[in-house]
Design a protein around this ligand. Structure first.
Ligand code: KIV
Ligand code: ZN
Length: 522
């Protein structure tokens, strides 16, 4: 593709299978709407990942639509949908990817005795038949078929040899061995790959893939062990998001292979300069900021605090730095634009930050940028990113915040009056509260007609100073559904209201339900 990868392309390389939009999105609070998934998929294409797992088509109409739209939004990577071994799953996955430039399907079934007995209530023969049947069915329509032995790391190796042999015979082209529960230790996980590659007939005709979860903090180490034993695909997510403790982190595993190429002898084709923009975009979209000490992309990943370290780095960078921040796409100067910057410079900066300018209403975004410049002396990259993602968030909304008035003093009870547009109709409500944000949230709940549990509420100043854009992320839970919302504004109460409205829109999308306002709503 057009992106300038700094490494020469080799024929033998490790394919990067990104599952941020499927396994990543599955974790609580990481739900994304279709537009957000498309924006991320386009960024993943710039990152030059080889495969995008866009969702689990049969699981909901929303997932089906996401896979279909992502399949058409990118042209370089393979786009695939997850599928169980059932007929309706396989057919739905095939339909969802049919318009992709490079379509694929990812069929899985658990193979460990513990899953067979307690989850599937199937015996080994039934599972082998189901796997072979599903791969055979998919092969009638598609060449690119990945098959996964779920819970491979706790499966009897000889039984897994039988399953893999049969699905390869039926047409699977990639065999994935997941450490579904994050239970494996690198040495044994590596041995499992060596054993399977030695024993399975046709092993040399397929690509072996590792999919590791991080329950013991070993997902990256296990993936590298698999590569050392012949795996040529790693399944991972941006920022390591995913079920429970998360999946193997894309940025960590890619940079480990690049930094230690002396030992690994093989690399991915990822355009590493797009790592930082990808990480920031995802953090913005899901409202989960990257921990400061997160390897590669955390704020402190390249910060040297100790005097001895600072002294060393000033004398010679490599005394304490094993990677160059610029190789990850970390801007050396985060101060970017100001009041006098033109539209062209603004649009260029958006592109550098990984934003697809075709998908943004540039006039509107530029207007908001200028308004922000009037409020703030210094506008940073993260301010711009927040501003544009906030704009994208509001475009497909069912609920829209129209007006917010709050009042509080040391002698009066905080009070909020809120007006929202609900499917085009303006509605207002007011409420007292235990603080202005609480009053505002209670008024919004009245309009939306729900009373969810607020499970998380985090305020973060995006950049320094009391005039900084504030970013609020909240997580609400209603009737078993957990959704997160984000909002950014220079006024914290306003940012809080935007975050809640964003969460409500996601809840609405998730439930496809009508939320009815309470009786005191005007
Ligand atoms: O963790 C896992 O086993 C999975 C499979 C569906 C590949 O996510
Ligand atoms: Zn997984």
């Amino acid at each position: 593709m057009a992106s300038a990868n700094t490494e020469p392309h080799e024929t033998d390389y490790v394919r990067i299978f990104d599952t941020t939009l499927r396994d990543g999105e599955q974790s609580p609070g990481c739900t994304m709407n279709v537009e957000e998934k498309i924006a991320l998929a386009r960024q993943l294409e710039r990152l030059n990942v080889d495969i995008i797992e866009a969702g689990f088509a049969v699981s909901s109409p929303g997932d089906f639509e996401s896979v279909t739209r992502v399949a058409q939004a990118v042209t370089e990577p393979v786009v695939l949908s997850l599928s169980r071994t059932r007929e309706e799953d396989v057919d739905s996955a095939l339909r969802a990817v049919e318009k992709a430039a490079h379509p694929g399907i990812h069929i899985f079934i658990a193979t460990s005795d513990i899953h067979l007995k307690y989850k599937l209530n199937m015996n080994r023969e039934d599972v082998l038949d189901a796997a072979t049947w599903a791969v055979t069915r998919a092969k009638q329509h598609l060449d690119y078929i990945e098959f996964s032995c779920e819970d491979a790391s706790r499966t009897d190796w000889d039984y897994m040899v039988d399953v893999c042999s049969e699905v390869i015979r039926a047409g699977a082209t990639i065999i994935n061995l997941p450490d579904t529960t994050g239970h494996a230790i690198p040495e044994e996980f590596g041995r499992m790959f060596a054993y399977m590659r030695e024993k399975v007939p046709g092993a040399d005709k397929v690509i072996w893939s590792a999919h590791c979860h991080n329950d013991l903090g070993l997902a990256v180490a296990n993936s590298l062990a698999a590569v050392r034993n012949g795996a040529r695909q790693i399944e991972c997510t941006i920022n390591g998001i995913g079920e429970r403790a998360g999946n193997c982190s894309l940025e960590e595993v890619v940079m480990a292979m690049k930094t230690r190429k002396d030992l690994m002898g093989i690399q991915s084709r990822v355009n590493t300069r797009q790592i930082y923009p990808s990480s920031r975009l995802l953090a913005q979209v899901i409202g989960q900021s990257v921990p400061a000490n997160k390897p590669i992309v955390g704020d402190n990943a390249f910060a040297h605090e100790a005097g001895i370290h600072q002294d060393g780095v000033l004398k010679y960078k490599l005394t304490y730095e094993i990677m160059k921040p610029e190789d990850i796409g970390i801007p050396s100067n985060k101060l970017v634009l100001g009041k006098h910057s033109g539209r062209h410079a603004f649009s260029n900066r958006l592109k550098e930050l990984g934003i697809d300018t075709d998908a943004v209403d540039l006039n509107k975004a530029f207007g908001e940028f200028k308004a922000l410049c009037d409020k703030k002396k210094i506008v940073y990259d993260d301010d711009i990113l927040a501003l544009v993602t906030e704009e994208a968030r509001r475009t497909t909304d069912h609920f829209e915040l129209v007006d917010l008035k709050v009042g509080s003093s040391s002698k009066t009870t905080p009070h909020a009056e809120v007006t929202m547009r609900v499917e085009g109709v303006e509605r207002s409500a007011d409420s007292d509260g235990d603080g202005m944000v609480d009053a505002c949230y209670k008024a919004i709940y009245k309009i939306a007609g729900i009373n969810p549990a607020l499970e998380r509420y985090v305020v973060k100043a995006i950049t320094g100073g009391t005039d900084a854009l504030g970013e609020v992320s909240c997580m609400i839970r209603e009737n078993g559904s957990t959704v997160a919302g984000q909002g950014a504004h220079s006024d914290i109460v306003m940012a809080s209201a935007l975050a809640l409205v964003n969460a409500l829109n996601r809840l609405k999308q998730r439930r496809h339900a009508v939320l009815k306002p309470t009786s005191d709503v005007r």
